[in-house]
Design a protein around this ligand. Structure first.
Ligand code: PLP
Length: 398
């Protein structure tokens, strides 16, 4: 597994139309039929001329569809080896559309360690609408199965989880969920399709915050769902049309530009993160380093099985779990910018307890092991030595 340099991730078999890099650059796109422009234009239009009522060239109104968006959707579907890609105005809008496809009384089982905004949406928006969620540690597939009820309609998986970097067995959980007729959705934002393709492990829906690695440059907000299910694709397109969760053409264009270099960027994110995790692991100020590429990580062998490399995200605690010291480290970095979000070319550092995961009640955070000294790094593609020196300097402040 986990070759550090590969042209094709797992799942790229001989019957695939082309390798990952080729799909990343070309899928979904062709020279513009009107002008020959090689790059898909930003079709900045809300409406389209019709020759007669209902007679048009495939697009009627841009809330429903737009040529730049269609190119992106084809590209994302190809990266996940899916039949359908549906783009949304944000990752959260994609999760919201999946949830709105459920019915009052339905039950959801979700990873207990997950993006704070997903937690907030499930708890504070959908529970009042009578769609309840049980949050469980997905480390034990049997325990997950035990949380299924007759009403469970959706299993929501994140892997690696955010921010604790746990690895969840997509295949084992999909088998168990499908035996109960439950749809499996995987948030693949951290891994990206370059490192992990959940549909190939049995998942039904893959969610992306394309704001992160797919866009890759921290300059857009966009979400996507990929699926092989015609039924789900139709439901989700209906949601986009009906609720207006459509991304604008400029953000679609920027995401398309981002995916063209996804494979190149991910190689560098992974290489930098692997070396930084080893460096942090050797520091006395640092407690547990949560990086699935470390052999000491409890999910290491599972990650070897379902991912082709370990990604660019690292979390770590301080040896004495001192929050003040954690905040001092955040203050002392220079190359790592203190900011929410992840997946851009630039390195970011943040404090989940007070930033990305502040919307999770403190007691629930403590229960899952999200401590107040936990620091999360989104390792960028800068020169490794500068990243190492920056963290080295910041750690020496405490
Ligand atoms: N999923 C994960 C794992 C995330 O980290 C985020 C955002 O940080 C989202 C989903 C939501 O995406 P967006 O901010 O594009 O709505």
């Amino acid at each position: 597994m986990a070759s550090t340099s590969h042209s094709n991730p797992p799942g790229d078999s001989e019957d695939a139309p082309s390798g990952f890099g080729t799909r990343a650059v070309h899928a979904g796109q062709q020279p513009d039929p009107a002008t020959g422009a090689v790059m898909t234009p930003i079709y900045q239009t809300s409406t389209y001329a019709q020759e007669a009522p209902g007679e048009h060239k495939g697009h009627e109104y841009s809330r429903v569809s737009n040529p730049t968006r269609s190119a992106l959707e084809g590209n994302l579907a190809a990266l996940e080896k899916a039949d359908h890609g549906i783009a949304f105005s944000s990752g959260v809008a994609g999760i919201d559309a999946i949830m709105k496809s459920l019915r009052p009384g339905d039950h959801v089982v979700a990873t207990d360690d997950l993006y704070g905004g997903t937690h907030r949406l499930l708890r504070q928006v959908f529970e009042p609408l009578n769609i309840e969620t049980t949050f469980v540690d997905m480390g034990d597939p049997k325990a997950v199965e035990a949380s299924f009820t007759d009403d469970t309609a959706l299993l929501w998986v994140e892997t690696p989880t955010n921010p604790l970097m746990r690895i969840v067995d997509i295949e084992a959980l999909s088998e168990r969920a499908h035996a109960h007729g439950i749809t499996v959705a995987v948030d693949n934002t951290f891994a990206t399709p370059y490192l992990q393709q959940p549909l190939l492990h049995g998942a039904d829906l893959v969610l992306h915050s394309a704001t992160k690695y797919l866009g890759g440059h921290s300059d857009l907000i966009l979400g996507a769902v990929c699926t092989d299910s015609d039924e789900w694709a139709e439901r989700l397109r209906f949601q986009v049309k009906s609720t207006g969760a459509s991304p604008g053409p400029m953000d679609c264009f920027l995401t398309l530009r981002g995916t063209k270099t996804l494979h190149l960027r991910m190689e560098q994110h992974c290489a930098n993160a692997r070396r930084l995790a080893q460096m942090l692991n050797a520091r006395s100020e640092v407690g547990r380093v949560r990086y699935p590429g470390l052999p000491s990580h409890p999910g290491h062998s599972l990650a070897q099985k379902q991912m082709s490399d370990y990604g660019g995200m690292i979390s770590f605690e301080l040896a004495d779990d001192d929050m003040e010291k954690a905040l001092a480290i955040l203050d002392a970095t220079d190359v790592f910018t203190l900011a929410e979000s992840l997946g851009g070319v630039e390195s970011l550092i943040e404090h989940p307890a007070s930033m990305t995961h502040a919307s999770i009640p403190a007691e629930e955070r403590r229960k899952i092991g999200l401590t107040d000294s936990l620091i999360r790094l989104s390792v960028g593609v800068e020169s490794f030595d500068d990243l190492r020196d920056d963290l080295d300097h910041a750690l020496s402040q405490v």
